[in-house]
Structures are given as C-alpha cells and as structure tokens.
Design a protein. Structure first.
Length: 149
C-alpha cells in the first residue's frame, strides 16, 4: 500500500479515536491536547485548568482503555500512555497558545527571550504581557516557546 494511503488511514483512525475519547473525558473536566499512535503506543496528553494529577491520568487510562476495547478500532496489540503536558511543555500551535492562555510562558525570538503571561491569540498573533507592556508576535516569529514554571 502506498505510504500516503497508510497515513490517510492512520489520520482517519486517530480522528475517530479522538472524537470518542473527547466524549469520555468531557464529564471529567479534562481536555485532550494531543494524541499520537507510534510503533504500537497510543499517547494521550490531557489537561485541565487546575492542572492534571496522577489520579486523572490513571482514571483516563482506565476509562479510555475500556472504551477502546469496546469500540475495537485498533488492530493488534497496543499500549496506552496518558500524561500531562508537563510544567515546561513546549508550545507549537495556535491551539496550544489558546489552551494555555493565562499561564506563564517563555518565548524565544530572533530579538531575544521574553517571559510573561500569555494573554492569548487572535489566530495569527500571540500576545505576551510582561507586566510593563503587552508584546505581539506572529507565530512564525517565535523560534521556541515553553510554559514557564
């Protein structure tokens, strides 16, 4: 099978799994930030406004494991891993910047590094409040960005 067809099938599978998992997590007050399936490992990254606990990860692992067994969409054996975004998670997409609005961040651009509170995005620009001024960056101007603990 050509690689692009395999990738298309894999993307469709991940989308289907993601929709089912999001339904399962909504009552728990959790968001699914990322999902990937690489070499037999289905990795989920979850978050909630007050932060994720170990109990949250265990609960999601059990619930999603039972759900995936019931809908039986993954062929063969797989391992399920559930984790939090981490204290210094890297921000890479507009979705990340939207989700982590209000959190402390560290942004690296060609002009240097800036730390402050992520004020949000308008879909094109990222806004960082340093306490003195609100800086505005295009996503493509940001070399690296992480949550700042």
């Amino acid at each position: 099978m050509p690689t692009f067809l395999f990738n298309m099938k894999e993307n469709e599978l991940l989308e289907k799994i993601q929709k089912e998992i999001e339904k399962e997590m909504a009552p728990l007050g959790l968001d699914l930030l990322d999902i990937s399936f690489v070499r037999g490992v289905l990795k989920l990254t979850i978050d909630k406004p007050e932060g994720v606990t170990l109990d949250d990860c265990v609960n999601v692992n059990r619930r999603v494991g039972l759900l995936l067994d019931a809908i039986d969409v993954i062929e063969g054996r797989y391992r399920l891993e559930v984790s939090s975004p981490g204290l210094t998670r890297r921000l890479t997409s507009i979705k990340d910047y939207e989700h982590f609005t209000g959190r402390k961040v560290k942004i690296h651009t060609e002009q240097g590094m800036i730390q402050g509170i992520l004020k949000g995005t308008d879909g094109i620009n990222i806004f960082i409040d340093t306490g003195k001024i609100v800086h505005e960056f295009l996503l493509k101007e940001i070399i690296k960005a992480n949550l700042d603990y």
